[in-house]
Each structure stands twice: as C-alpha cells, then as structure tokens.
Design a protein around this ligand. Structure first.
Ligand SMILES: [Zn+2]
Ligand SMILES: [Zn+2]
Length: 408
C-alpha cells in the first residue's frame, strides 16, 4: 500500500503489519498507530460498467491452533466473510484476496463503498460454523478448542454491478440471481476516518533519545536510558525487560514474553504446579509452591509448530533474565507480537507441555487464563550457517524460519 512521507511527501510503501515508517528520501523515521481496520478494494472487471457498488467483507489472517481428536493442529489462515446481512451475495471471497491485486481505500477514493452491517465475527465463530457444517457433511466432530494468534482483521470491498433488474458480480460479470438491486441500493455508504494512521516521532518518552526498532517492531528500544516501549493506542508505554546473560555476547537474541496469568479450569499457579503438570523428572522443592508459574511465549511471529515448540521449551526451562543487564549491542530480533496476542496462546501452550494429553486436551475449552502481568526477556542463541542454537535449553531452529515468520 503506497503512502506519502508526512515530512517530505515521498512515496513510501507500508504493509498492514508495519509499525514504523522509514522514508528513503528524507530519512525520517516515524512510529505509526492505525485507527480502525485496514480497508482494501478489489478492482472491477474491465468489461463491466463503471460506478459499481462495493460490498464489504471482513478478512482475517493469522495462525489457528485447534485441538481435535486429542491432537494439537495448526494452520495459517486467510479467510473472509460477508459483512452484510443480505442473502444471495457470496458468503466469502474465496481465493480472491490472495489472487487479485488489493488497493487501499483512502479518504480520496471516490466510490460507493457499502458500510459493514455485521460486526467482525471472531474467526472462531466463523470457523466453528464451518466445522459444524463439515460435521453435518462428513461426520467429523467439531473442533472442541480453537484459538487465533497474530490476527490481522481488515475490510475488503468487492464490486457488484447493477444492470437493469440484475445484480452482477463486479469482477467476473456473473449474475447473482437471488439479489435484487433495490436491496443493495437502500444500504448506507461507509464513511472513512480522515486520519487512518497517525505518525509520531520515534523519540524515547523518558529521555528524548532516538528509539530503535525495525518496521514490524511493536516494541521500541532506547539505548540511552535502557528502556523498552510498546505501542499503546496512539502512544508508547514502558515495558519491563531482561536479558539472559552469557559470558560472551551472542550473535542473536530472540524475544519472549514471560506471562503470569490467573488460570482457572486447571491448577497452574506455582512453578511446582507446572512441574507436576508437565511431569518433569524433578523432585518438587517446597519453595517451588510459592514461586509463581510464568509461561514463556515467543514475542515474534514464526511458523505455528515452531511457535509451540519454542513456548514449550522455554516454559519448561524457566530461565531467569537479568533485569539490569545492558542491551546487547546487536542481534536483537524484533518483537512483532504484542503481549495481548501472545497471551491468546497461553492455553494452547499448556496443551503443548502438559500431560497426560488424554485428560488434559478435552479440558481445554474450560480453561481460562486472564493475563496478570508480563515482561520481555531476550534469550541468546548461537548461530551457524543454517541454524540458531540455544545449547542450555537444547533448542535449535532453522535460520530461515525466522525470516519466513516475519511474513506471516
Ligand atoms: Zn520523507
Ligand atoms: Zn530513553
């Protein structure tokens, strides 16, 4: 999506997941906060009449974890559903969002965009409906537990054309026989906020120094006063962080959220509970009963199976970061998953490390885990030509996986 640099007017391409604008011309770096959902439109077919109406769809992208037949499954989802209550229009856009070019809706685009009537239904509701339909069709039971991580919700407008008494799909020109023109024409148009995005300078709120971050970073760092800042609405909020220190600085540090939550539906208050739940080969020490359990969740996007593997390994390791340690001079992987989104994966992470699966997995739908607090910890990794390795935790992962994860 092409934008203009607010300082010099040069064109800048921004992605939905970008949090920082870097202008290649005047070198300004600005922190972005989005208002509302991103909105895109699909171009009408060439041979169709001009002035189509644009029908709104909700589009969801993210990782879906589910638990079916006592097995944890995952997939990367990209789905859409109609945002109008009107019958006869296609219920989803199918593969169109991936296959066709999306254009941004800006306040200056003069076209007739219909306003979404239905609010965004959580993908679990939509997916749940689909599961139920598939259950009716092929006898599969519905997924008993499903959760969505790293979600991006946007509005996508697809054109329809009115020709006489007929409504046509505005891309292929196929008739939509069960829609009458008057039902569409009576619907209200959408109004767009003038300012879809606000830009703020990347300066430390505490000391005024330049903040450091990559374009998809949701946490910015100040090297001058050793502080970390997370985007909150239109401002920045301080985040506690620590670094797992090694004698020699590592070439790579991966960020993890250490999350404290109040679990219900399962006993998981203390480190002792965690050791018992995971059935770790350790004798539970009395003081572990008072040590609060913290779950470690990757603070960056990565393929779903690795996301769970990392969360499980770090949670079971229960290492300590040093909250006073200086920031490593380089190699900090950007934080691209906000703590609230990371917290969505607490229950599925419990499912990944807890045993026995037979009794644990059926309980997942009843488990609640509201977040009580969080902090960030940078964990050092050694790097070889192909892999990143954390020898103490016994973890290794392919280097490509980190780059691929940034595209989710
Ligand atoms: Zn500029
Ligand atoms: Zn500072």
């Amino acid at each position: 999506m092409e934008w203009r640099c607010p300082q010099c007017g040069a064109p800048v391409v921004l992605e939905e997941t970008d949090r920082i604008l870097s202008c290649g011309y005047c070198r300004v770096r600005l922190h972005l906060s989005w208002r509302g959902h991103w909105r895109y439109w699909l171009s009408p077919g060439k041979d169709l009449p001009a002035d189509p109406l644009f029908v709104p769809y909700w589009r969801f992208r993210g990782i879906v974890f589910s638990c079916v037949d006592r097995e944890i499954r995952h997939r990367v989802a990209d789905s859409s559903h109609l945002a109008l209550g009107l019958e006869g229009l296609p219920a989803t856009l199918g593969f169109r969002p991936q296959a066709l070019k999306l254009r941004p809706v800006t306040p200056t685009v003069g076209a007739s965009f219909l306003r979404p009537e239905t609010s965004f239904r959580s993908p679990s509701t939509v997916a749940g409906d689909a599961e139920k339909r598939s259950a009716a069709g092929d006898g599969k039971p519905p997924a008993p537990y499903e959760v969505f991580i790293g979600e991006t919700v946007s509005v996508l407008y697809s054109p329809v054309t009115i020709r006489g008494e007929k409504v046509l799909d505005g891309i292929l020109g196929r008739p939509l026989p069960s829609v009458v023109p008057s039902s569409l024409e009576s619907l209200p148009f959408d109004r767009f906020p003038d300012e879809l995005v606000t830009f703020s300078p990347m300066l430390c709120p505490r000391c005024g120094w330049d903040l450091e971050g990559e374009k998809d970073s949701v946490v910015l760092l100040c090297r001058n006063c050793r502080s970390a800042w997370a985007s909150r609405g239109s401002g920045l909020e301080r985040v506690d962080f620590s670094v797992m220190v090694e004698p020699k600085e590592a070439p790579l540090y991966l960020p993890f959220w250490q999350i404290r939550a109040r679990f219900s539906g399962i006993r998981l208050d203390s480190y002792a509970d965690l050791v018992r739940l995971a059935n770790l080969p350790k004798a539970v020490q009395p003081e572990w009963e008072d040590r609060k359990a913290r779950l470690w969740i990757p603070a960056f996007k990565i393929a779903p199976h690795l996301f769970l593997r990392l969360g499980r390994a770090l949670t079971l390791f229960q290492g300590e970061g040093d909250p006073e340690a200086p920031l490593p001079s380089s190699g900090l992987h950007p934080v691209s998953l906000p703590p609230e989104e990371a917290a969505e994966s607490l229950v599925i992470t419990v499912a990944a490390f807890g045993v026995p699966k037979k009794t644990l997995l059926p309980k997942l739908p009843e488990i609640r885990a509201p977040m009580e607090g969080y902090s960030l910890c940078y964990v050092p990794f050694r790097v070889t030509s192909a892999e990143c390795i954390q020898p103490k935790i016994g973890l290794s992962l392919n280097r490509n996986a980190l780059d691929l994860g940034r595209k989710i």
